[in-house]
Ligand binder design. Sequence first.
Ligand SMILES: Nc1ncnc2c1ncn2[C@@H]1O[C@H](COP(=O)(O)OP(=O)(O)OP(=O)(O)O)[C@@H](O)[C@H]1O
Length: 211
Amino acid sequence: MIKQEFKISAQGVGKRFINEWIFRHFDYTFEAGNTYAVTGPNGSGKSSIMKVLAGITPPTQGNVHYEKNSAIIKPDAFFKELVYVAPYLELPEELSLREFLLFHYKFKELKEGFSIDFLIKFLSLEGHSDKPIKFFSSGMKQRVRLGLAFATDSPLVFLDEPTSNLDEWGIEWYHQNCQKWLMNQCVIIGSNQPFEYKHANFLLNINLFKK
Ligand SMILES: Nc1ncnc2c1ncn2[C@@H]1O[C@H](COP(=O)(O)OP(=O)(O)OP(=O)(O)O)[C@@H](O)[C@H]1O
């Protein structure tokens, strides 16, 4: 994928649930061509900040702006620019893998070199393409989510706990494909396991944004 100019700027961003500030005064700019790891212990706010940066939940205070090739992207068009991978995001259980991929790529573009058939092979799920996703194991589902991240031509990729449910082979597959397919995108990984973000070039500890 050709590198596009892409930026997310967070200015004074904070999120509060009831009376608790999960993070506050978060100022940061994320750019294409870099991999960022948001780190911190369980319950520290990694998923919360990623959801705010992705526009899935609104910040309690502050603003997040998205910019592509020097033009501001409106929040309602922003979902087209990203892939969000997380074990808590459900896949459509009633669809087969092939039906789901055909549906997904009505809205998003595949990277050059990928087709639906190639993606199924890339996932090593050739024997399962017509099976409903509800019958997939948790590791197979996680591979499908990651496959969308590797194959989709979008400038921004969020990977929250990217290797959850993967076996040793799957973890190696994840590492190889991060290096091969995600180098020109802006990648934000949420994790408390260093092996998941060993290729990241910027580390952001969420605990530094609590006051
Ligand atoms: N919708 C919500 N309502 C109230 N509190 C919430 C909500 N979502 C998250 N929280 C709280 O925000 C805090 C941060 O949660 P979050 O899931 O962002 O942490 P995390 O760092 O991703 O954790 P983990 O490593 O366990 O996945 C926790 O105290 C959690 O209980």
